[in-house]
Design a protein around this ligand. Structure first.
Ligand SMILES: Cc1cc2nc3c(=O)[nH]c(=O)nc-3n(C[C@H](O)[C@H](O)[C@H](O)COP(=O)(O)OP(=O)(O)OC[C@H]3O[C@@H](n4cnc5c(N)ncnc54)[C@H](O)[C@@H]3O)c2cc1C
Length: 295
């Protein structure tokens, strides 16, 4: 369980990190270390160099700035999960952060590391998609922003280019009648999502005016559920709408992309996807003050 030798560098600023990445193109970034270090210890990755960015103060912390919550990439899950103001501003992200792993993982893992690593079983990608997050990447050619919709490309693969650093995640603050939730079936051993569903809904007097619903765990990367979203819009958020929307979870989604593995088969994941879509929407209805009973 010891990784092969590697060079260790520590960056104190974003510019230092970029310079170190340029000088060491094969290097991996070390943020919370809760995916990188296990991967290295298991021999699944052996980067020749590691650039530790955990000490870059400018990338820690969250601010709510008018109608946007700005998360520094190094903000730890515990900071997000325990922030009452954030719970009102972007509840899907808060609820997904609170659902991650165990207390040790939540004390060390970072929002930027979670999104950049793009593990299909991670919790935050679905929350970022449902919350319509925008990710800021900084690289040798300057800064660019990528909508969450374009960020997750494939298993462990994002729109991040070599030499780039994810620095910030912007999440729009929910409207007054908005609700955001995350529901997951966790792996009993690690807590990773076997299936996780995030939903962010805007309502007007109980009627859904916009819906963003996304899943992780079920496919090789987090995706939106267009059938569920379409089924919700213009509907009153009640039992019938929830049943119809959950049944439509696979509409417009490539069935062959469902993952089957040693945890559960693809067929069972499909059932879980519908069940956890219903759970997420039921919780959304409860939060919106519309108690719903789902079988
Ligand atoms: C026992 C255990 C249980 C876990 N359970 C869960 C769970 O239930 N849900 C869940 O979501 N996760 C879970 N995790 C994973 C955990 O959330 C990790 O923290 C997360 O996947 C990676 O974040 P990190 O900050 O630790 O990144 P690191 O491990 O430091 O880095 C991971 C990868 O992301 C890259 N990276 C990191 N930061 C940046 C950045 N700012 N810009 C560009 N690239 C970057 C690195 O180069 C590296 O390749 C678990 C981990 C463990 C060990």
């Amino acid at each position: 369980m010891f990784p092969p030798d590697f060079h260790y560098y520590r960056a104190e600023t974003v510019d230092e990190a970029l310079a170190l990445l340029e000088a060491n193109p094969e290097a991996e970034l070390l943020a919370g270390g809760h995916s990188l270090l296990p991967t290295m210890k298991l021999g699944l990755a052996s980067p020749p160099a590691v650039v530790d960015i955990s000490g870059i103060d400018a990338l820690h912390g969250v601010t709510v700035d008018g109608d946007v919550a700005r998360f520094g990439a190094l903000t730890r899950y515990v900071t997000i999960a325990e922030d009452d103001a954030l719970e009102a501003a972007c509840p899907a992200v808060v609820s997904a952060a609170a659902a991650i792993g165990d207390v040790q993982v939540r004390n060390r893992g970072t929002i930027g590391g979670n999104l950049a690593h793009a593990d299909p079983a991670s919790d935050l990608p679905a929350a970022a998609l449902a919350s319509d997050a925008t990710l800021t990447l900084v690289g040798p050619d300057g800064e660019r922003t990528v909508p969450a919709d374009d960020f997750f490309v494939a298993i462990f693969t994002t729109a991040t280019e070599p030499g780039e650093l994810l620095t910030r995640i912007d999440v729009p603050v929910l409207g007054e009648e908005g609700v955001g939730v995350y529901a997951k079936k966790p792996s009993p051993s690690s807590g990773y999502a076997i299936v996780g569903v995030a939903a962010v809904l805007e309502l007007d007097d109980g009627v859904v005016t916009s819906a963003r619903v996304a899943a992780n765990g079920a496919f090789d990367h987090a995706i939106r559920l267009p059938g569920t979203e379409d089924a919700l819009v213009d509907e009153r958020l009640g039992e019938d709408a929830i049943d119809t929307a959950a049944a439509a979870a696979m509409d417009g989604v490539d069935e062959s992309a469902l993952m089957g593995d040693h945890h559960v088969s693809a067929e069972y994941r499909e059932e879980l996807l519908r069940a956890y879509t219903a759970r997420a929407l039921t919780e959304a209805a409860d939060r919106a003050g519309r108690t719903v009973v789902v079988d």
